[in-house]
Every structure is written in C-alpha cells, then in structure tokens.
Ligand binder design. Structure first.
Ligand SMILES: N[C@@H](CCC(=O)N[C@@H](CS)C(=O)NCC(=O)O)C(=O)O
Length: 273
C-alpha cells in the first residue's frame, strides 16, 4: 500500500517509503503518532467523501499520514480494518476511513464530526456550539445535497437538448433555494461563508461536491453553475461558491480539475441532437 505524508498544512511531505512522517513533522505534532487517513488510488482526492475528511484534517491542523487503497484490489489490511469497524464481514470497504491511535472510524460525515469534536479548539470548531447555528449548518448540508447533487448527475446523464434543459432548470431552481436559504439562515457578517466570516462544517461537507460540479459540468455539458447563478442574480450563492472554492483547504486537497473531468466522463452521456 502506498503512503504519503502530510504536514499540518496538508502539503505532502514525502513519497519515500520508510521516511516516517512523525519524524519529519515532529515539531508540529500534538499526538503520539499521526492519524492514518485512507484515500483511494490512483488519483489522490478523486473521492469527494475522502476529500471531506482531508479538508477537516487540514482545517483543524491535525497531522496525518495518507494510505492509498486500490479500489480494484483492496488489501487484506484495509478490508479487515474496515470490516472490523462496521462489524460487517462482507463490508465493501470505503474511504474515508481513519485510524487515530487505537481508535478507528469510517463514513465521511462521522469522521469529520469526530475530528472536529476531538481536535477543534474553542471558538475554532467546524460545528458551532450554539444549538441553533448547529442545526442550520447541518440543514444547509442536507439542502445542498438534496437540491444540487442529483441535479448534477441529471445534467451529466441528459442525452438530448430537451432533457438537458430540464436538468439545468432543476439545477438553477436548486441554486435559488440555496441562495435564499443562506440569506435567511446564514450570516453575511465579515465574509461569504454560510456563517459569514466563519468557515464551518457547511463548507467542509459540500466543497468537494461543489468543486466537482464546477469542474466537470462545464467541461462535459454546456452549463456552468456559477455563471448561471450570476446571470440569475443569485448574489449570495455566487459569493458563497467563490469563497468556498478559494479556501486554501480546498485548493490543497483533492485532485486536479482534469482528474475530476476524467473521472466524471463515466457518468456523462453525450447529447444525441
Ligand atoms: N457514505 C460513504 C461513501 C464513501 C464512498 O462511497 N467512498 C467510495 C469512493 S468515493 C469508496 O470508497 N468506494 C470503494 C468501493 O466502492 O469499492 C461516506 O460518506 O464516507
């Protein structure tokens, strides 16, 4: 299994086998040994779920080491780790999965919340302490998923101009819902994230999907969520997209736009008219 090591900034430290990250980055270590983060080969960060955990590690400044899992040929080590966590002897083994000392966990949303609870510092957690803000942040993530993620795949699967128009209309309608949701439930104080100046779980969970939408759809179909939202005057949503995509934790993690486009070609149906 290939291993890559990261500093607290998320940048790769070393690709050399046997070059132990806990020695390289010991000055910055806060734990006895870094968390082991399992992601998929061959393109680091090609999985949006794994990127959620990767972003959380970077945002929270937690040292970690990455182990890559070959999706087509998972190692016994990874399968038994995963199956032991979920107590399912037939579990297929998904990323992200993490090992934090003796503790092991899987499922992106659960991993992000665990990391936040364990490594978040007072006033710098991804999930707000305030119960009402907490609820709104969680609902924002659900709303993003229900409004945009299926519309994204509908656009890719559209095989005619008519079905594409229907799918892009669904995406535009979802963008309007999100624009209004942020205006009513979020904040504009000091910044353009859902909670204004405060980067939170709202962005950690959605940016990997937003980034894939923004890279894949314009390359494969004639539609651009950002441009369409600008044209429709969805200013709050546009500002949120721009703030989320420019966040360093997004830019340092995941794969290139070109890798995203390549990966999404399997979901795309060319237009027949
Ligand atoms: N619900 C899971 C989904 C994770 C998932 O589907 N990961 C994919 C990669 S994007 C995976 O590990 N696939 C391995 C496989 O299908 O064998 C989560 O949120 O972590």
């Amino acid at each position: 299994m290939q291993r890559l090591d990261h500093s607290t900034s998320g940048r790769l430290l070393s690709h050399k086998p046997g070059n132990h990250p806990w020695r390289i980055s010991s000055a910055r270590m806060t734990t006895a040994s870094p968390i082991v983060f399992y992601d998929l080969l061959p393109e680091p960060g090609v999985c949006p779920y794994a990127q959620r955990a990767w972003i959380a590690l970077v945002e929270l400044g937690v040292p970690f080491t990455t182990k890559f899992v070959d999706k087509a040929n998972k190692s016994e080590e990874f399968l038994s780790l995963y199956r032991g966590i979920v107590q399912d002897p037939a579990g297929r083994g998904t990323v992200p999965t993490i090992v934090d000392g003796e503790y092991k966990l899987t499922e992106s949303a659960v991993v992000v919340e665990y990391l936040d609870k364990k490594y978040g510092k007072p006033g710098k957690t991804l999930l707000p302490d305030d119960p009402e803000e907490f609820g709104k942040v969680k609902l924002f993530v659900d709303t993003f998923t229900s409004q945009l993620v299926s519309a994204n795949f509908k656009i890719l699967r559209a095989d005619s101009r008519e079905s594409l128009a229907e799918a892009t209309a669904a995406m535009d309608a979802g963008a309007k819902v999100l624009n209004d949701f942020i205006k009513v439930n979020g904040s504009s104080e000091g910044g353009d994230f859902f909670l204004g100046s405060r980067y939170s779980f709202a962005e950690t969970m959605t940016t990997p999907f937003l980034r894939r939408m923004m890279a894949a759809i314009p390359a494969l179909k004639e539609y651009n969520l950002l441009e369409s939202s600008k044209a429709k005057g969805l200013h709050r949503f546009v500002a949120w997209i721009e703030a989320s995509l420019s966040r360093p934790s997004n830019q340092k993690t995941g794969c290139s736009d070109q890798q995203i486009v390549e990966g999404f070609k399997t979901f795309n149906t060319p237009l027949k008219d």
